[in-house]
Design a protein around this ligand. Structure first.
Ligand code: DX5
Ligand code: ZN
Length: 213
């Protein structure tokens, strides 16, 4: 079944996290913005470390930051399953990917809408997850970019051709309709923010994303 990762970018008070803790989904997605790689700034490392102590699901940390190394060094690793860094920020430094793995954390690589997915193929052996950005990184609540579907298909074909186990995750503008299209194109995981957080019933909204399997 498609994995669901809930972004708490727009609502991350303790009550919301406690409420989500009781529900059936797979990961908490933590969007980390440094004010350089993206304009916005949010979650200092101390806040992420505090969140990691109260969540009852593993964390899927999305680093939209330039100084990747210092974030990896300062994150408390409890409850983190994935750390995802940006292809456009890591400067081909495979050591950063290896550093994440050496800490026993799964390693993800995120790709902005403008970046060709083919550029990342040489790295597929070193990563556990590719995060396809289906909106410009920086804000929740944006509209899904349809050309992301072609990227998912292209990537899925390559993963299958090489018999890899790399997971495809999609982030941005996910709702019931776009979820269906992403799953049909080959997505294994969906990141969802506003669609679930704005719903009256979080669990029903989560289920509606997974019903297309
Ligand atoms: C955008 C973030 C996303 C975002 C998703 O930069 O990476 O995780 O919060 O939010 P929605 O689902 O509202 O597009
Ligand atoms: Zn994200």
């Amino acid at each position: 079944m498609t994995k669901i990762s809930i972004s708490i970018l727009t609502k991350n008070d303790n009550n919301t996290i406690e409420e989500l803790n009781k529900l059936d989904f797979d990961y908490f997605h933590i969007d980390v913005m440094d004010g350089y790689f993206v304009k916005e700034t949010n979650f200092p490392v101390s806040k992420i470390n505090q969140i990691s102590n109260i969540v009852k699901k593993p964390l899927d940390v999305h680093l939209m930051v330039t100084d990747i190394d210092s974030y990896i060094d300062n994150l408390s690793l409890s409850n983190i399953e994935y750390i995802t860094i940006h292809y456009e920020a890591f400067n081909g430094n495979i050591e950063l990917l290896k550093k994440i793995k050496k800490k026993g954390i799964k390693c993800g690589l995120s790709v902005k809408p403008i970046t060709s997915i083919k550029e990342t193929f040489y790295l597929l052996d070193n990563i556990d997850l590719i995060l396809i950005m289906s909106v410009e990184p920086g804000y929740g609540g944006q509209k899904f970019i349809p050309s992301s579907l072609e990227k998912i298909k292209e990537l899925k074909e390559e993963i299958n051709r090489r018999n890899l186990t790399t997971i495809i995750s999609v982030d941005g503008g996910i709702n019931e309709d776009t979820a269906k299209l992403c799953i049909e194109s080959g997505a294994d995981m969906l990141v969802t923010g506003s669609y679930v957080i704005k719903a009256d019933n979080y669990q029903n909204a989560i289920n509606s994303l997974r019903n297309h399997n």
